[in-house]
Write a protein that binds this ligand. Structure first.
Ligand code: FAD
Length: 317
């Protein structure tokens, strides 16, 4: 079912989760173990992230280094199919530009259509860890906007081979990413919102936000979106802090701020057991306010564990 239909039909705030494929060589059981305890909250959908290749240097005979491309977390599409089959819940694969030519994207979307996947989250993807900036695949997309246009085109039956006649249109409901604290490459929020609006105008139907710890920033973002004519549902992304080191790691990786009050509380913790309790308490406070303000859905970044999400959800839903 299309997420936008679910969102518009529901009278209350929905619950959803994001999971990561397991590391290559690990069993899918870890995914089931992280979803099972959350099924009581009836997730409206389960997002599955996409992880592109990384380069590592392997030492070879004679001491020289060989640059090798590896994908540590493959399996996004297979996991989506497995989740839909096992739980009868909508799974949403993340589709990224990085590492894909347009034709590979088209073929991946055909697979998803055949599997009965109704929703996709269209993203640019981050740069490869060893590259300073995002480099598109030759013949691939530079921005998520171009990917959104490709998917919107396929939804109208437009494939790369424009000589194809009477091609079956796909029927994807398409989400995109939004950044209440601005995407780190954008010169300012104005320009970031301009491109966000371009993606919505091109066919994106809902937005899922980057994590944030200050609801005020989310409410301001929603207001700015509205003022700029972005009228699709905006789903807040929720993350629980569980370790002290995340005070520096999260801002570095996700380009978000930790509010002073939260920072002070975590700083005062003796160990990560205490940090986890602070993180859970903070997320409950955030979620309760978001529900009060009629957020359409709360989207939890579970990072492969269910305990903290379950504790927050049981207080909120
Ligand atoms: P874009 O919309 O392409 O924006 C990138 C930057 O370019 C922004 O600064 C924007 O303002 C600017 N811009 C956009 N369009 C144009 C244009 N046409 N011309 C000039 N400038 C433009 N990454 C993964 O690799 N895998 C995942 O599974 C994944 N899941 C995510 C889920 C969510 C909810 C979020 C918020 C992020 C996720 N990411 C994931 C990270 C995401 O891929 C990165 O944040 C990436 O750097 C930007 O992706 P985007 O889709 O927002 O890019």
């Amino acid at each position: 079912m299309k997420l936008t239909d679910k969102l518009s039909q529901s009278k209350k705030t929905l619950f959803s989760i994001e999971i990561l494929p397991p590391l290559k060589g690990k069993s899918i059981q870890s995914i089931y173990d992280s979803i099972d305890p959350l099924m009581e909250f009836k997730p409206a959908f389960v997002d599955v992230t996409y992880h592109r290749e990384e380069y590592v240097y392997k030492k070879r005979e004679g001491g020289y280094l060989e640059k090798v491309s590896i994908r540590k977390r493959p399996g996004t599409v297979g996991i989506c199919a497995a989740i839909m089959n096992k739980y009868n819940v909508d799974a949403v694969p993340h589709i990224i530009c990085g590492g894909f030519t347009k034709e590979e994207t088209e073929n991946a979307l055909i697979d998803l259509q055949f599997l009965g996947v109704d929703n996709v989250l269209a993203l640019r993807g981050d740069s490869i860890k060893t590259e300073p900036q995002f480099v598109p695949e030759p013949g691939g997309h530079h921005y998520a906007l171009d990917l959104v246009k490709q998917i919107a085109g396929m939804n109208k039956g437009q494939y790369i081979d424009d000589e194809m006649k009477h091609a079956e249109p796909t029927n994807f409901c398409m989400g995109i990413a939004g950044y209440p604290e601005k995407h780190f490459e954008a010169p300012n929020l104005y320009s970031d919102i301009k491109w966000l609006k371009a993606k919505v105008d091109a066919g994106a139907q809902y937005i899922v936000t980057q994590m944030f710890f200050d609801n005020k920033k989310f409410f301001e973002f929603v207001q700015i979106c509205k003022e700029n004519g972005i009228d699709v549902p905006i789903i807040p992304g929720i993350k629980m802090i569980t370790q002290k080191k995340q005070l520096t790691v999260l801002p570095k990786i996700f380009h978000i701020d930790i509010p002073v009050d939260l920072y002070k509380e975590i700083e005062a913790c003796k160990d990560d057991k205490q940090v986890k309790e602070v993180g859970i308490k903070w997320a409950i406070m955030q979620c309760k306010e978001l529900v009060k303000q009629q957020a359409a859905c709360l989207h939890f970044y579970t990072m492969g564990t269910s305990e903290t999400t379950r504790r927050v959800a049981s207080e909120v839903f």
